[in-house]
Design a binder for this molecule. Structure first.
Ligand code: ADP
Ligand code: MG
Length: 291
């Protein structure tokens, strides 16, 4: 059986910044299509550099970027073709936004692709709906909150209808409700077949959300795999500067004491709480009654 090639792949990529700093060294990772991927690593591990390579904004010093198994041509036409299919949301919205008004900013991508006015309007409306900003279409960008600016950036990329959505630390600076809303939006996109890759230094979030995890340390991807598989590898997590996610560590202790079954292992603390609440309560305080 011939399996489909990864939608995007870095193969042995080196990157040295102009000041001589190493961004990546011999970095290889592959994104299976239609899955939720987390790029997990400490500060300075190379997450942003990986995302810039996957979108063709940086060019490998050595090694290769492949799209659908084919080497990407870093000429003008090749990069335009790549960026039609692969959208990147920067960590800092002010680096991405450039138009004065929300609708204008979100329209830029589809206008640039040459769509007619009706198609552009429909795409912009759908993208603003997806991020919950339809009623803010006419607002001045500089008056928006950080979270709203972030959502405008995401809408601008969604309006291109990319097959791969890359997001650099998208949860940073968002409150808990906004993080949950964004995670739900990314889940909906993945359910429609969009490949999503986000970078994060939060192992609890990564293991709670992603299907696949790519562990980055000192400019190299030291391991890639299913979240459930990597969760059982504290050695690799430690090598990347992370501890075992709290839900997984707690579950392992509870399973070792026979309180919970070994599997399934809950992916998040709320899922662990649900598993515990499903157990009968054995020890009641005198006088306490259960409902
Ligand atoms: N523009 C730059 N110029 C010089 N060095 C950089 C630049 N951007 C990143 N680096 C260096 O490359 C390495 C990887 O950085 P980065 O990709 O930003 O990591 P992360 O996103 O995981 O924090 C770090 O050592 C960082 O200092
Ligand atoms: Mg970064």
């Amino acid at each position: 059986m011939v399996s489909a090639p990864p939608v995007l792949e870095l193969a042995g990529v080196d990157h040295v910044y102009p000041d001589g700093s190493t961004g990546l060294r011999d970095c290889s990772l592959a994104l299976a299509r239609g899955r939720r991927h987390a790029l997990l690593g400490a500060n300075g591990a190379g997450k942003s550099t990986v995302l810039l390579h996957l979108n063709g904004l940086l060019r490998p010093g050595a090694g290769q970027l492949r799209h659908d198994g084919q080497p990407v041509d870093h000429g003008r036409a090749g990069l335009a073709a790549l960026r039609r299919r692969v959208g990147l949301v920067f960590q800092d919205p002010d680096r991405q936004l450039f138009a004065a008004h929300v609708e204008e900013d979100v329209s830029f991508g589809p206008l640039n692709l040459g769509f007619d006015a009706g198609t552009v309007r429909a795409r912009v409306a759908a993208a603003l709906d997806a991020v919950g900003l339809r009623e803010h279409a006419g607002r001045a960008v500089h008056r928006l909150s950080f979270g709203q600016k972030k959502r405008v950036c995401i809408a601008g990329v969604l309006a291109m209808e990319p097959e791969v959505l890359l997001l650099d630390e998208p949860m940073a600076g968002l409150d808990a409700a906004m993080q949950a809303g964004l995670a739900a939006l990314l889940d909906r996109l993945a359910a429609r077949g969009v490949t999503v890759l986000l970078s994060t230094h939060d192992a609890d979030f990564a293991f709670g959300w992603a299907d696949d995890i790519h562990l980055l340390a000192a400019g190299r991807c030291i391991a890639s795999g299913r979240a459930a598989t990597l969760a059982a590898r504290p050695d690799l997590l430690h090598a990347a500067g992370h501890r075992v996610p709290l839900a997984i560590a707690l579950h392992a202790e509870l399973a070792a004491r026979g309180v919970l079954p070994q599997s399934p292992a809950p992916r998040s603390v709320p899922a662990l709480l649900d598993a515990l609440r499903a157990l009968p309560r054995q020890f009641e305080h005198p006088g306490e009654t259960t409902a």
